[in-house]
Design a protein around this ligand. Structure first.
Ligand code: NOJ
Length: 721
């Protein structure tokens, strides 16, 4: 459709029809399905009426439903404006790849691209027009259950992974039925909720917001994301969906965003709960004035927008601009000509869980696992005769994470299946031992686990956090392994030291006692469909662990918030970090540093960092230099290493972080092989926000280092002149 035709269409619409374009309903309102709704639902409304006027739908199941919804709507809409169909495809549709936090541990933008590409193929076949992805909220507190949905605590890693996902999902041309539009979320700083509680208010300095939280959203918009979702939380006193400073001054004016703003689930209506709107009508006004285009669920806009315009409280021009943005996206997706877009049942059968997709998911699961500890017992020998597989996750199928699509567990390759695929002749004894829920207190099964462990050549302890303990509305105050799992681990490890722990969880956990107890720990996160195959291949060395932590693991919940790029203080604690130093910034009862820092992860081989050389000693404004880091694989196995580049600005006009990641690259090295990794460092990467809020770099020393957070090595200085 031409721009002119779109304009004519808009001009022909009644106020109710316009308001309808700005409303999104749950597919469950029209088609019975089992999909969970993630928040309070709106007032019940006559379904036929809603179906006729509404502009978009979320949360449907498959191509058949997608087509049925579109048909149902078009059969009754006199204007023949197709529906936009949206779905949360967060880390795969039918073939599930690892949770985003795990994907961050791969430090591999290309792998993210491959995974997103696979999800795009499956989503488009399912009939998805828009995915509510990527989620790029910086998260520095693992009490927050949604930390699993972000790639990292680290803004650069989050930005690069998010942007890679957007590019792979949207492609170059949205009218191509295989491409899907992205909605970046949750704008802004949703991850910084007070006390780690979901939906909680956020109080954040302007500088921290700009430097740690905003860059990832901006990177995804720069990569072309067509939609953005304001966050549920209030930010410095104003809920995002009504936050004009954020949504208009920053997003529309400063960043020039021309796409669609869609509220989170009932977030417009929740302005009443926040206490900034008197009622739903007031809420609709506030959100519209902040240029929130679509109200997810039908409480506020559907019921009140038209009246607000009639009463001249909201200008029709504002509503028209919002409707136009919606019509434009529909047009760009080619929906007026092809309302089903890519929905195709045959294609679904072809691509869902196909061999190629499983292979990508397996590789992703392998590359995002982090080997936290290994006292020489891994990889296990392939000639083992008796394997004991113990723990509440031994036969678990729910290894996909909160945001996997419903039913994902039906397709999970379990641990026993993965082990048998690799070692069909070994004897495998499986004992659950105990449960992993908060309420589980039963320890009677531990004796049997100990007996089986004692008679085994190797023991795999599969422990973790139940899948629904992380995710939306899933904050925790304690981050220990729930239930009697620690007791199981203690007793089993005492019976057989040849024990490796496999961890399945959606957030950093406190592993202080675990680390002291067991000889080997492999953090698997929620690896997705290929969980069992990936775990077995890692345990037996068919794959070499190469993940690095995308968020540090604390020693105690009391350390939160615990960003790796913490600010310097006037009384920094002197190193080593092993005891309290009076009147320094420290705890009396534990070290300051995490148990395992950001960027940490072991391999079955060893890498030696030989040198870090800068091409110049000085750097001018807008200039660049090269930094060459030489790394050698000094072990006996081929492996991958993520070379990380950090900066520190030791003297500046405002306090700067003690370390900041400015680049990373993952490389593959054969035994004995050496590589020179060349990073280009641009002056603009070293900038920060000064007292006036301007992004600047200042003259003086900048230190460049490699290694990983809190363990920086080979530091060299350059000078900004
Ligand atoms: C609520 C969540 O916060 C958001 O991330 C999601 O996209 C919507 N519900 C839609 O399911």
């Amino acid at each position: 459709m031409t721009e002119q035709a779109l304009k004519a269409l808009l001009d022909s619409m009644t106020l109710e029809e316009k308001a309808g374009q700005l409303v999104q309903c749950n597919a469950g309102m029209f088609i019975a399905n089992e999909l969970a709704i993630t928040g309070p639902d709106g007032e019940p409304l006559p379904a036929e009426e809603l179906c006729r006027v509404m502009g978009s739908v979320l949360t449907f199941e498959d191509a058949e439903q997608a087509k049925a919804l579109q048909d149902m709507h078009l059969a009754s809409d006199p204007k023949q404006i197709p529906l936009l169909l949206m779905l949360d495809v967060i880390h795969g549709l039918r073939t599930t790849y690892p949770i985003p936090l795990a994907m961050g541990c791969s430090f591999d933008d290309d792998l993210m691209t491959e995974c997103a590409d696979m999800a795009r193929r499956e989503s488009s076949a399912c009939g998805v027009h828009v995915t509510f992805n990527p989620m790029v909220d910086t998260a520095r507190d693992a009490r927050w259950g949604r930390i699993l949905e972000t790639n990292s605590e680290e803004p650069l890693l989050n930005s690069r992974m998010g942007a890679a996902l957007v590019r792979a999902t949207q492609g170059d041309d949205l009218s191509n039925p295989e491409n899907v539009a992205c909605c970046v979320k949750h704008f802004a700083a949703y991850g910084a909720g007070e006390a780690g509680r979901d939906y909680n208010g956020v109080e954040l300095s302007e500088r921290s917001l700009m430097q740690d939280y905003l860059p990832a959203y901006k990177a995804c918009l720069d990569a072309g994301a067509r939609l953005i979702m304001p966050s549920f939380n209030s930010l410095n006193g104003v809920p995002s969906v009504a936050n004009k400073k954020l949504m208009i001054d920053l997003l529309r004016k400063e960043w020039g965003f021309e796409g669609i703003v869609i509220s989170d689930y009932n977030a417009v209506g929740e302005l009443v709960n926040h206490g900034i709107a008197a009622d739903m009508k007031d809420a609709a006004r506030l959100a519209m004035e902040a240029e929130c285009d679509i109200d997810m669920v039908q409480c506020a806009y559907y019921q009140h927008l038209a009246d607000l315009v009639r009463e001249r409280t909201v200008s029709e021009a504002t509503v028209d601009a919002a409707v136009m943005r919606v019509l434009k996206l529909k047009n760009e997706l080619g929906l007026f000509e092809h309302p089903y877009h890519g929905a195709d049942e045959e294609k679904e059968r072809e691509v869902y869980l196909c061999a190629e997709h499983r292979e990508i998911a397996r590789r992703a699961a392998e590359e995002s696992a982090v080997l936290l500890k290994n006292e020489g017992i891994l990889p296990f020998r392939k000639d083992v005769k008796r394997i004991a597989l113990i723990g509440p996750f031994a036969e678990e199928t729910r290894l996909n994470g909160f945001w996997s699509r419903p039913g994902a567990e039906r397709y999970t390759v379990t641990l026993p299946e993965g082990i048998r695929n690799l070692l069909p002749d070994a004897e495998l004894n499986i004992v659950r031992g105990c449960g992993a829920n908060f309420e589980d207190t039963e320890t009677a099964g531990i004796a049997e686990a100990v007996r089986v462990a004692a008679g085994a050549d190797v023991v795999i302890l599969a422990v973790g956090e139940p899948e629904d303990y992380s995710g939306e509305g899933r904050s925790r105050a304690e981050l220990s392994l729930p239930g009697p799992q620690m007791q199981l681990i203690r007793e089993v490890t005492a019976a057989n030291r040849n024990t490796a722990v496999l961890l399945f969880n959606g957030r950093p956990l406190v592993l202080t006692e675990l680390t002291e107890t067991v000889p080997a720990i492999l953090e698997m996160w929620y690896p997705g469909t290929e969980a069992g195959n990936a775990a077995a291949r890692l345990l037996w060395g068919e794959a070499n662990p190469c993940g690095k932590l995308s968020a540090g693991l604390p020693r105690s919940v009391g350390q939160y918030p615990m960003p790796y790029n913490r600010m310097n203080t006037g009384r920094p604690k002197p190193l080593p970090d092993d005891r309290a130093v009076p009147f320094s910034s420290c705890y009396l009862d534990m070290p300051n540093l995490p148990l395992y820092s950001f960027g940490y992860g072991l391999s079955y081989t060893s890498f030696t960092y030989e040198s870090l050389i800068t091409s110049e000693r000085t750097l001018k404004e807008n200039g660049e230099i090269q930094v060459t880091i030489t790394v050698q694989n000094t072990g006996n196995t081929a492996g991958k290493e993520t070379v990380q580049l950090y900066m520190r600005d030791p003297v500046a006009s405002v306090v700067r972080p003690v370390q900041q990641l400015i680049d990373y690259r993952k490389i593959s090295l054969r035994p004995g092989e050496r590589a020179e990794v060349v990073f280009t460092v641009r002056e603009e990467q070293l900038r920060f926000y000064n007292m006036e809020g301007r992004e600047v770099s200042e003259r003086g020393e900048i230190r460049l280092s490699t290694g990983y957070a809190d363990h920086l090595i080979l530091t060299e200085s350059i000078e900004i002149i």
